[in-house]
Every structure is written in structure tokens, then in C-alpha cells.
Design a protein around this ligand. Structure first.
Ligand SMILES: O=C(O)CCC(=O)C(=O)O
Ligand SMILES: [Fe+2]
Length: 253
């Protein structure tokens, strides 16, 4: 646990959550990661639209317990840094005890998946290795992360306007809460026309008029380019809490 990040008086509700355990992750995803091939990873992915992948990621009891811990942190009066100017009710996880958990999730889950699914980034010229075959190179080198939660409810933020992320790659996992209605994402092409290598094909992302709807499901992750334009539509009922991890090859400014 990064106990130095938490005040001494704070007693965690679920102390095990602050350290990475494989039991947090969906077994089929772990199996695919152990195999480590493009076929194995693609076999646990849906592609709701080009460049956005959706997969069962976090186990349900982990999602429930993480929400309980975050509620407990808020109730205990621990100062929580808010994620960014767009989200006023979530919390930056790297600064409230969860840095080592997030580092492990990035190293073990996000980086290997991104290396296989996005073998070059718009900011990088496609490498010779990438042209020879997906996943053969040294990887994207996603070394920097910013992990936070976003929260929506009828009395808090209800939606998120159209934007791109300050990230090369974004992971977005729905944590709960059970019974929320509305709040799906709309994707709409990329900010800059960009060439990105995706499995078996080279795709040129371009500004696109058409919007593609992607629903959130608890425990399910989306992974996409940070430059993919997206928005969260209005939450109609309940509360939606998602874990967002922005990853970059270069440090955050
Ligand atoms: O509400 C969501 O699921 C998306 C949040 C998001 O796009 C962001 O925080 O960058
Ligand atoms: Fe975003």
C-alpha cells in the first residue's frame, strides 16, 4: 500500500484493495494475457466500432468493493484531488493510496493490450517492426499514467461534453453502481487524421460525422486512442462511476 499517501488516521475498509491481486481481474482476460498473442487478446474483445475495443476486465466484487472504499475515503474526510476541469466529483487515484495498484494494472493489463491492439500511435511514425507484423516490436512504451474516477448522478455532473483525452491511450472501466440508466458514450472519429496500425490492417482515422454509441456495463472496459473524439450523454437515473486511466509515452505536463 502507498500508505504515505493516506493520512495516518485513515483505516481502510478493504485494505487488500491497495495492492494488486490477480483475483481482481477477469480470469479469461488473464488467460489471454498469459498467452500473449494477438489472437488470444482479440478472442476476448468486441469491436463496437473501428479503433474501440470492449472487454470484460474487472471482476464484479472488485468493482463493488472499490466503490465502497472510495465512498469510505470521502466519508472519512480524506482530501481527494479532483480529476480535471471536466469532472468535479471523481477522484485522482494516484494520490489517495492507489498508485501502486494502478501502476500494476498499467504494467500488467493496459500496456500489453495496447501494444497488441495499437502497434503505432498517431504521434509516432509507423516503425519498420510494426510494418513487419503487429506486436513484434518493443511496444508503444506507455510509461506514464493518470488514473482517476468519474462520477455522474442527477444531482452532480450528469454528462461530459465532446472532447479528446490528454492521453495516447485511454482505458475506461465501468465500476457501477448497479441500476444506472443512460450515460452511454458517443464516439465520432479522431481529432487529427492519423494513421494507426490495428490488428491485420492499417486504418486511417479521420474526422467523421457519424456518431457511434457504446454502452457501459459494470466490469467492462473500453480501450481507445486518446485522440478519438468522445462524449458521455446525460445520465438518466442512478449513479455511474467509471475508472479512467490515461496513458502516455511521454510525461504529463
Ligand atoms: O464518462 C465516461 O465514461 C468517459 C469519461 C471520459 O471520457 C474522460 O474522463 O476522459
Ligand atoms: Fe475522455
Amino acid at each position: 500500500m502507498d500508505s504515505q499517501q493516506l493520512p495516518r488516521h485513515y483505516t481502510p475498509l478493504h485494505p487488500d484493495l491497495y495492492t494488486y491481486h490477480e483475483e481482481f481481474i477477469e480470469p479469461r482476460l488473464l488467460e489471454a494475457l498469459r498467452e500473449g498473442t494477438q489472437d488470444a487478446i482479440l478472442s476476448v474483445m468486441d469491436t463496437p466500432l473501428f479503433g474501440v475495443f470492449k472487454f470484460a476486465c474487472l471482476r464484479r466484487d472488485f468493482c463493488d468493493r472499490l466503490i465502497q472504499e472510495l465512498d469510505h475515503l470521502e466519508r472519512s474526510g480524506v482530501e481527494m484531488a479532483r480529476p480535471n476541469s471536466m469532472n468535479r466529483y471523481g477522484a485522482i487515484l494516484d494520490t489517495c493510496g492507489f498508485k501502486s495498484l494502478m501502476d500494476e494494472i498499467c504494467a500488467r493489463i493496459i500496456s500489453p493490450i495496447a501494444d497488441i491492439l495499437f502497434s503505432s500511435l498517431p504521434s509516432q511514425a509507423p516503425s519498420r517492426e510494426a510494418e513487419d507484423g503487429v506486436g513484434k516490436g518493443k511496444g508503444l512504451g506507455l510509461r506514464y499514467h493518470h488514473a482517476f474516477t468519474v462520477r455522474y448522478s442527477p444531482t452532480q455532473d450528469k454528462k461530459l461534453d465532446k472532447h479528446v483525452d490528454n492521453a495516447d491511450i485511454t482505458l475506461n472501466v465501468c465500476l457501477g453502481r448497479e441500476g444506472f440508466k443512460g450515460g452511454h458514450l458517443l464516439f465520432q472519429g479522431c481529432k487529427d487524421s492519423a494513421v494507426v496500425r490495428l490488428p491485420k490492417q492499417l486504418h486511417r482515422y479521420a474526422a467523421e460525422e457519424q456518431e457511434h454509441r457504446v454502452d457501459h456495463e459494470i466490469g467492462t472496459a473500453l480501450i481507445h486512442l486518446g485522440s478519438h473524439i468522445h462524449q458521455a450523454v446525460k445520465l438518466e437515473e442512478g449513479e455511474r462511476i467509471n475508472l479512467i486511466v490515461w496513458s502516455k509515452t511521454l510525461p504529463f505536463e
